[in-house]
Design a binder for this molecule. Structure first.
Ligand code: COA
Length: 321
């Protein structure tokens, strides 16, 4: 017995912001952004929040799986941009969906968060603690971007993706993950400093800061090694994979990974041109798209892999059921 993804959903803000729109607020161009990253537009939340996007994506995943909310034993929301810290986003999703029997918590593993979440749900299900889990990756990164920094604000977008995980004879066959906290300074957001009657008030900066080239080097080394490790663990040849869904940060990272794995680019669907990097939501949104468009079918062997702040990484190998 293992666990499998039984249904997916996603939700995106209505507002589309193109590269040309950004060129009106920072010194950049569509040519620079699209050549270096592949990104052409992104969705930016105006009325939506991390909570509302999570609820919408979660509801769609429940409908897709045909599971009642009462059957969910765990709701996990992977995010680094919650709307507040208490109650956590998963509790708000629980209330909105009526998933009255669920434990609810958030996890933050930055862009690897959805894969960390699915692995956690897999462990809960395989150990018999729960029957079904709702795992959501959701972000409104636009609220922690420095909109005067052209080096970061052009890269990210808002959105959410979700999956229902449940016990199954076929499904997840291999998982991989890790972190290297010693490289944490390459990709950060501002800290919440101590502020109480006994400390001095420190200046705060909530924004994403990044050493783009170091993150790029890390990603192109790590992504192929995740996919290799996932397949080697279960004696599967890499060329048996039907579809590889990578974190949607940069088209050049995905192309380099494909080349290093000696696999055709067609096996690596992309949507970063439309949504940019949506961190914890990225692989979940892509999975929902390939599932709903019929690009993946029952029996396909699918790898998910991501990397992000921490630095963290994670991957999952599974049969689509
Ligand atoms: N528009 C125009 N020019 C820009 C720009 C923008 N949006 N952003 C940066 N530049 C400029 C820089 O100021 C620099 O100018 P200079 O040479 O005069 O100093 C020049 O472009 C090159 O900048 P650099 O940062 O060296 O570019 P790069 O080739 O490394 O590409 C990234 C930058 C961010 C696209 C690339 O490093 C990357 O994708 N890294 C990985 C990031 C990532 O995936 N992060 C998320 C992880 S989850």
């Amino acid at each position: 017995m293992t666990s499998a993804i039984l249904g997916t959903g996603s939700a995106l803000p209505e507002k589309i912001v193109t590269n040309d729109d950004l060129a009106k607020i920072v010194e950049t161009s569509d040519a620079w952004i699209s050549e270096r990253t592949g990104i052409r537009s992104r969705r930016i939340a105006v009325g939506e929040t991390t909570t509302t996007l999570s609820i919408d994506a979660g509801r769609r995943a429940l409908e897709d799986a045909g599971i009642s909310p009462e059957d969910i034993g765990l709701i996990l929301v992977a995010t680094l941009t919650p709307d507040g810290s208490m109650p956590n986003t998963a509790c708000k999703v629980q209330a909105a969906l009526g998933a009255v029997n669920a434990m609810c918590y958030e996890l933050n593993a930055a862009c690897s968060g959805f894969m960390y979440g699915v692995q956690t749900a897999h462990a809960f299900i395989c150990s018999g603690i729960i029957k079904y889990a709702l795992v959501i990756g959701a972000e409104t990164l636009s609220k922690i971007l420095d909109w005067t920094d052209r080096g970061t604000c052009v890269l990210f977008g808002d959105g959410a993706g979700a999956a229902i995980i449940g016990a199954s004879k076929k499904g997840i066959i291999s998982v991989e993950g890790g972190a290297d906290g010693s490289k944490g300074a390459f990709l950060t957001t501002g800290n919440a400093p101590l502020c109480n009657p006994y400390t001095k008030h420190e200046a705060t900066n909530p924004y994403v800061e990044m050493d783009g080239q170091e993150v790029f080097k890390f990603a192109v080394r790590k992504i192929p090694s995740i996919v290799q490790a996932l397949t080697e663990k279960v004696d599967i040849e890499i060329n048996q994979l039907d579809c590889i869904l990578l974190h949607q940060a940069n088209q050049r990272i995905i192309q380099t990974a494909a080349k290093r794995l000696k696999l055709p680019e067609e096996l690596f669907p992309m949507n970063l041109d439309q949504y940019g990097n949506t961190s914890a939501a990225s692989v979940a949104i892509l999975l929902d798209e390939v599932h709903r468009s019929g690009k993946i079918k029952s029996g396909d062997l699918i790898a998910l892999a991501g990397f992000g702040g921490g630095l963290t990484w994670a991957g999952i190998l599974m049969y689509w059921i």
